[in-house]
Design a protein. Sequence first.
Length: 95
Amino acid sequence: MNKKQIKGVLSEHLVICDLLKKGFWVFSPHHRQCPVDLIAISEKGTIKLFDVKTKSIRQSGRQKNDYIRRTLSLFQKKLKVQLVYVDHKGKIVYA
């Protein structure tokens, strides 16, 4: 794994721990090209789908030092997937 992949895995695990603390059951899809990273189910039966992103800062160009803003695909929007950002300090933001 390269550094970017390791950051992504660590971010997903931080979100998993956060969701578990909040009382959710958390599942990870086994398909690499799945439109969601995590599936969480509350004790009341609420199902939430998450796409976890590690916050990244642009290294060059006109928008250097700005955060890179991620968007959901049309299919993810149809599924009502929620973006979750994790910064370099481990802070989690549910968008």
